[in-house]
Design a protein around this ligand. Sequence first.
Ligand code: DUC
Ligand code: ZN
Ligand code: ZN
Ligand code: ZN
Length: 467
Amino acid sequence: MNFDTIISGGTLVTDTETFAADIGITDGRITAIAETLDGAAQTIDATGKLVLPGGIDSHVHLAQPSGPEVVMADDFASGTLAAAFGGNTTVMPFCLQEKGKGLREALTAYHALADGNCHIDVSFHVIVSDPSAGVLGQDIPALVEDGYTSIKVFMTYDDLVLNDRELLGVMDAARHSGAFVMVHAEGYDTIRFLTEKLEQAGKTAPYYHGPSRPVAVEREATHRAISLAEIVDVPIMIVHVSNRAAIEEIERARARGLNIRAETCPQYLVLTEDDMQGDAMEGAKFVCSPPPRGTDDQDACWQGLIDGTFDVFSSDHCPFRYTEDGKLTPKGEKSFRYVPNGIPGVETRLPILFSEGVTKGRIDLNRFVALSSTYHAKTYGMYPQKGALAVGSDADIVLWDADMTRTIRQEDLHHGCDYTPFEGLEVTGWPVLTMLRGQVVTQGDTLATTTPGGAYVARARSPDAVQ
Ligand code: DUC
Ligand code: ZN
Ligand code: ZN
Ligand code: ZN
């Protein structure tokens, strides 16, 4: 036998090319790509299907502590299972530093939760919430050497916010160690001010989450983050960009020659602020940060995906159950202020981008692969091991049925959440088989493995980072 597995008869799509070919796989890697291959223990017929590099979701939250009485709806098992059914082969969750503790302790805890429980591969970003001298001087450089090459910082939230001095410190540590910094750009003081005003006026329904952090809050923080990065002379990634004004800040910075990368997410394409209206607390199902905006901002996000302002399209999967230990707790607290920020989406990211993007003619197949897989691998130092259909790459492969039409329904999803904010959305294009390093993980609606086969992936420095 020449190969363990051959995937035959499909149409291969990479970030740059679309062509008919067979793929030969040996020991979990792609070992041949040719017009026709034979001699394998197993052949998977991909006739009529697209053959894609497995999706990479570089922004998900799994098992992350989220405040008193609130439990994240997905652990590593359920979150990676849902991701696999959604056509992903690698996810990048966040590892949260507890204040007063080091980054190593946080990573040890997350590895204990993840190891042996993941259905697909996993690599961590580290959230720095307490940038002490030891974290900046020792932890960050050491972790970069060990393959933890990206850091997220927050400009808001009581437990996470860093002031400008602290943000500069993290960015400078990143500059000197080759870490790549992701920034949550919403202003803490502006949100606090608006939240207090709204509560004083009795405006406490979930809908007011939006008005508590309007576009100007995100635009100001985006501008400030870019300015701080310019001062330190370090590239950054602005994550979960939701609106036109923030996009314009990013474009202006790039026009000035700064290396500012950007990410957007499904919620900014297909949800709006009106979804948070809901009856009573129903609007809580759509509360995420930044919040969904208006249709002009949706158009701007699409334009950014088309023209290259955005490098990566991630889910920002951050699931909280609606009915228990989630959106409606802490029990008795009625204000939007207490609704945990985040929505599920790891399983629906690729179908939404494909259907709204490729099927509707906004982006082509290659751009779809770039935005959903290849650029994640490149940006975060995993390419070409991940994100590629190439000899030598991991055989992380998805068969995609471009013609399958489905309606997104909570009852069909595999996450630990009890609702989907995309309920009822009809999509055309769905993953029908997900393969991780040569092993079929999901086929149709069936889990094909008996034990979770995902592994931790150590990464190289981002090519965007200062080397
Ligand atoms: N930021 C995220 O990245 N995810 C959910 C909530 C948040 O504020
Ligand atoms: Zn310096
Ligand atoms: Zn964030
Ligand atoms: Zn997030």
